[in-house]
Design a protein around this ligand. Structure first.
Ligand code: OOG
Ligand code: NI
Length: 296
C-alpha cells in the first residue's frame, strides 16, 4: 500500500522536475550508485493550506494510516508556517515533512483569495477516501482539490506569501525528495563534497543562508537545488513559468554515543534524527523568486 502510494508520488514528481532524473543520471554515470533504486530517500515533503477542512490535520491522516508516527513541530514566524515531521513504520521508507500555511495570519485580502478556492472543498476530503485503496489515494494526491487559479490571484498571493502562491497552483504535488548522502562512496558522502559534485554537473544550489544549512549541533547538514520553472496555465488561459519542485540532499552524522561503531555497522538509528527549523527556514526558499531567478 504505502510503497504504491510513494511510487505514484515519485513518478509524477520525476516527470515534472527534470533535475530529479538529471541528478540520478549524474550519480549513476559517475559510479556513485548502480541504479536509481540504490538512492536512500531521507524524506519527502508536502505543503498545505491551513484551513479547517484541509491542512496538515487532513493530509497526515493518509500517512498515519500507513503507520507513520507524528514527531516534532516547527514554527516559522516570518513565513507564517507550521510544520511537523513523521517517522516511517520501517527504516526503508522515507521520513515525511508536512508544512501548513497559517492562513489566518495573512492579510484579509489574501485570506479571502485563499478561501474562495479552498471553500470548494466542503469537508475534509481524506475522511471520504478509502485509505486501503492505494489507487484512490494516488488519484486524490494528484487531483485539483479546487479550481484552477487566476493569474491575478496567483500574483496577489505571491506578493504576500510565495508559499501561498505555490500551494494554490501546485496543491499536493511532491515538493521534494531528498538524497541521503552519508552512505555514498567516500568523496561524495558529505554535503560539502556532494555539493561540489552537483555544481560540477551544472546544478544550481539554493544559497539562502549559505549553500550548506547546518543544525546548531553540527549533525544535520542539508542543501537543495533551486526549483526549476515550469509552465503553468491559469484560469484565463495565460501561461507563465512558475516555481515547481526541487531536490534536496541530507547528511546525518553519527551520534557521539555511536562514534566507535565500525562503519559497516552504522544504521539509521545511530545517526542524527529529525529536522531543524533553522535549516528548513532556508530550504523553503528553494521555490522563492530570490532563488529561482538564478535558474530562469
Ligand atoms: C520544506 C522545506 C523544509 C527540510 O528538510 O527541512 C525541508 C518545503 O520547502 O516545503 O524540506
Ligand atoms: Ni526537506
Amino acid at each position: 500500500m504505502l510503497q504504491e502510494v510513494l511510487n505514484g508520488l515519485m513518478s509524477r514528481y520525476q516527470e515534472r522536475v527534470p533535475d530529479v532524473s538529471a541528478v540520478i543520471a549524474a550519480m549513476v554515470s559517475n559510479g556513485l550508485i548502480g541504479k536509481a533504486d540504490d538512492i536512500e530517500n531521507d524524506h519527502i515533503a508536502f505543503r498545505t493550506m491551513g484551513v479547517p477542512q484541509l491542512g496538515v490535520q487532513s493530509l497526515e491522516k493518509i500517512f498515519l494510516h500507513y503507520g507513520y508516527t507524528k514527531m516534532d513541530h516547527y514554527y516559522f514566524a516570518s513565513k507564517k508556517l507550521d510544520a511537523w515531521w513523521y517517522a516511517p513504520p520501517l527504516p526503508k521508507y522515507p521520513r515525511i515533512f508536512i508544512s501548513e500555511l497559517r492562513v489566518t495570519d495573512l492579510s484579509q485580502q489574501a485570506q479571502d483569495i485563499i478561501t474562495s478556492y479552498t471553500d470548494e472543498v466542503k469537508a475534509d476530503p481524506v475522511t471520504l477516501l478509502d485509505l486501503d485503496d492505494s489507487k484512490a489515494v494516488d488519484t486524490f494526491l494528484h487531483s485539483g482539490l479546487w479550481r484552477t487559479p487566476t493569474l491575478a490571484d496567483f500574483q496577489a498571493l505571491a506578493a504576500e506569501s510565495e508559499y501561498a502562491a505555490w500551494v494554490i497552483y501546485n496543491r499536493y504535488y511532491l515538493n521534494h525528495f531528498t538524497v541521503s548522502v552519508h552512505n555514498l562512496p567516500a568523496g561524495y558522502n558529505t554535503i560539502a563534497e556532494f555539493n561540489q559534485f552537483l555544481e560540477q554537473n551544472g546544478f544550481i544550489l539554493n544559497d539562502a543562508g549559505g549553500k550548506i544549512k547546518t543544525s546548531p549541533d553540527g549533525k544535520l547538514l542539508q542543501s537543495a537545488t533551486v526549483a526549476g520553472m515550469i509552465p503553468a496555465t491559469f484560469a484565463g488561459g495565460e501561461t507563465i513559468k512558475i516555481a515547481g519542485s526541487y531536490v534536496e540532499f541530507a547528511e546525518r552524522k553519527v551520534l557521539p554515543e555511536f562514534a566507535d561503531l565500525p562503519a559497516g555497522a552504522v544504521r539509521r538509528e545511530h545517526r542524527r534524527e529529525g529536522f531543524e527549523a533553522g535549516n528548513a527556514d532556508k530550504i523553503f526558499e528553494s521555490t522563492y523568486s530570490t532563488q529561482t531567478k538564478k535558474s530562469s
